[in-house]
Design a binder for this molecule. Structure first.
Ligand code: ADP
Ligand code: MN
Ligand code: MN
Ligand code: MN
Ligand code: MN
Length: 390
């Protein structure tokens, strides 16, 4: 919880003076590091290994310096970390293995350097009775099951486009960036897709993130300012199968790194400010060979929606923590308890675009996931329900 139950003034640390826009100075002088960035790196590669930590939403990272050329993810060594420090292993048996899954160019260290998305495993063991146990995914490794489902569904070539909404906060006060220090901005209306001072807040972060994702090789497909001031969205997709989860997690990591440079907090909380302020979602746009097929696709979509209706509760359970604070039926959301769908309906669980019934094929949008969705869980559930079950 982002302190939303406290009164605003109690968030301010005593002794600190806040400007009218709650501006926070950088902790370090930003001009010094660039003196060292052009030093050559002695033919080596810096690989930033990134993984999901014990809360299921925290991203962790550490750097490995490699001496050999890396042509594909297979050239990256398995590594390990102290799982007792991330809530993922007991202290007396703390080693967790990191397996590289996807690699990207590192926009923070241009050149041959890499960002590496990993998933986490218990190390292999030789038991006292002589038996050997292979590495197995740790409980918070949601990628493993997702990858298996995507393999089973590979013939159908599932595509996902996830819309990631997020909110920028003053990292000290936890109040949205650019909001009046002891109050609220004007009511919602002018902020969505806005331009101009006081409406579009902290665009530099959003722009830097977009450019970094493009450089990294993430299939980022757009950005926009959202309905609540200081709330923004980026979209990643369409991505095929497991790529969607890998790319979305790395795009989030990049956002955290960019925001860190500004000493700003990017939160994926589904309802950062209670009341008449939009929550943050993670709509998932979805299509398969079946839904994209000329003439028959619309029929396939309707059959898929019928299956989704039957498994509504299972999906809701996997669509993000705290989603009940967001899915109130207000602010362009559906109700949490009942499934609904409609053409062009932004108050439905599932929205079908206007062009789909006309063109008789295309994709649909599952609007239920919240901004803190685990893309591995959401894409797995969609594939399981629509393709792998009757
Ligand atoms: P909205 O109109 O709901 O705001 P956006 O434009 O923000 O939608 O996001 C739509 C997402 O869906 C984009 O990431 C886009 O790449 C993706 N997308 C487009 N076509 C398909 C498709 N056939 N299957 C899956 N995703 C798609
Ligand atoms: Mn959108
Ligand atoms: Mn949106
Ligand atoms: Mn929204
Ligand atoms: Mn949407």
């Amino acid at each position: 919880l982002r302190g939303t139950e406290q009164s605003q003034s109690s968030w301010q640390q005593p002794g600190l003076v806040y400007g009218t826009m709650g501006r926070i100075e950088p902790l370090l002088e930003p001009c010094i590091l660039p003196r060292f960035l052009d030093l050559d790196q002695d033919g080596k590669i810096m690989a930033e290994y990134v993984w999901v930590g014990g809360t299921g939403s925290d991203l962790r990272c550490k750097t490995r310096v490699l001496t050999k050329e890396v042509k594909s993810v297979k050239d990256l060594p398995i590594w390990n970390y102290d799982g007792s420090s991330t809530g993922q292993a007991p202290g007396d048996d703390s080693e967790v293995f990191l397996k590289p899954c996807a690699m990207f160019r590192d926009p923070f260290r241009p050149g041959p350097n890499l960002l590496v998305m990993c998933d986490a495993y218990e190390p292999p063991r030789d038991l006292p009775d002589g038996k050997h146990v292979d590495m197995k995914p740790i409980p918070t490794n949601t990628r493993y099951a997702c990858a298996l489902a995507m393999e089973k569904a590979a013939k159908e070539e599932p595509w996902f486009g996830i819309e990631q909404e997020y909110t920028l906060l003053n990292s000290t006060t936890k109040w949205p960036l650019g909001w009046p220090t002891s109050g609220y901005p004007g009511p919602q209306g002018p902020y969505y897709c806005s331009a101009g001072a006081g409406a579009a807040i902290a665009r530099d972060i959003v722009e830097a993130h977009l450019k970094c994702c493009m450089y990294a090789g993430i299939q980022i497909s757009g950005i926009n300012a959202e309905v609540m001031p200081s709330q923004w969205e980026f979209q990643v997709g369409p991505c095929v199968g497991i790529d969607s989860g890998d790319q979305m997690w790395m795009a989030r990591y990049i956002l955290q790194r960019v925001a860190e440079l500004y000493n700003v907090e990017a939160t994926f909380d589904p309802k950062p400010i209670p009341g008449d302020w939009n929550g943050a979602g993670g709509h998932c746009n979805y299509s398969t060979n079946g839904t994209r097929a000329a003439n028959t696709g619309w029929d396939t979509i309707q059959k898929m929606i019928a299956k989704l209706e039957k498994r509504h509760a299972v999906h809701i359970a996997g669509y993000g923590e705290g989603n009940e604070r967001r899915l109130t039926g207000k602010h362009e959301t559906s109700s949490m308890d009942t499934f609904s769908w409609g053409v062009a309906n932004r108050g439905a669980s599932v929205r079908v675009g206007r062009s789909v019934p006309v063109e008789k094929c295309g994709y649909f949008e599952d609007r239920r996931p919240s901004s803190n969705l685990d893309p591995y869980v959401v894409t797995k559930l969609l594939v399981e329900t629509t393709l792998l079950s009757d």
